[in-house]
Design a protein around this ligand. Structure first.
Ligand code: FE
Ligand code: ZN
Ligand code: FE
Length: 170
């Protein structure tokens, strides 16, 4: 969302486009951030989870480009201040020193904030698309929403299956 410029909405489709621009910026930021998260992770499974979500995220960028195309709009980024902040928090974990398993637990905590934020964004955007009669776009957004949900579950599973236990015994 633009913080310092006023935004005007005259239709739900305008709102949908604005939300897609925000998501497009957010996803592009994650394409840059996920390789750093993968490098910073010590657990091979966590590294793998970040790398495979990076590949999914590139596909999500592509889906947003398809959605813009279906709306006959240029794919444009509008700074997502929230994702900017979440990535900044992630960087704090990436640069942290200390026990590697605790650092892994911290990286997961940062990454799950991102996944939940994305889920909120895609859920709303999908609903707007449906309301605009754009089931084609709603379907694209739902596919990404499902991937974000699966990524979040995977992180919970890694945390609970091994990483949190290792961190507790560090
Ligand atoms: Fe994403
Ligand atoms: Zn945003
Ligand atoms: Fe994601």
């Amino acid at each position: 969302m633009g913080l310092f410029t006023s935004t005007e909405f005259n239709s739900l489709e305008c709102l949908l486009v604005e939300q897609l621009q925000d998501l497009y910026d957010a996803e592009n930021r994650m394409v840059d951030a996920l390789p750093k998260m993968a490098d910073a992770a010590s657990s091979p499974e966590l590294k793998q989870a970040f790398q495979s979500h990076l590949e999914e995220t590139k596909g999500q960028v592509n889906r947003l480009e398809q959605a813009f195309q279906l709306l006959n709009k240029e794919a444009e980024r509008q700074t997502c201040e929230a994702m900017k902040g979440l990535v900044k928090e992630g960087e704090e974990m990436i640069n942290a020193k200390g026990d590697p398993s605790i650092k892994d637990a911290a990286l997961i905590a940062a990454a799950q904030r991102v996944e939940h934020y994305e889920m909120a964004g895609y859920g709303s955007a999908r609903n707007f698309a449906q309301r605009c009669g754009r089931q084609d776009i709603a379907d694209l957004l739902q596919q990404t929403l499902d991937e974000e949900g699966a990524a979040d579950k995977k992180l919970t599973q890694l945390a609970e299956a091994s990483i949190n236990q290792a961190a507790a015994h560090a």
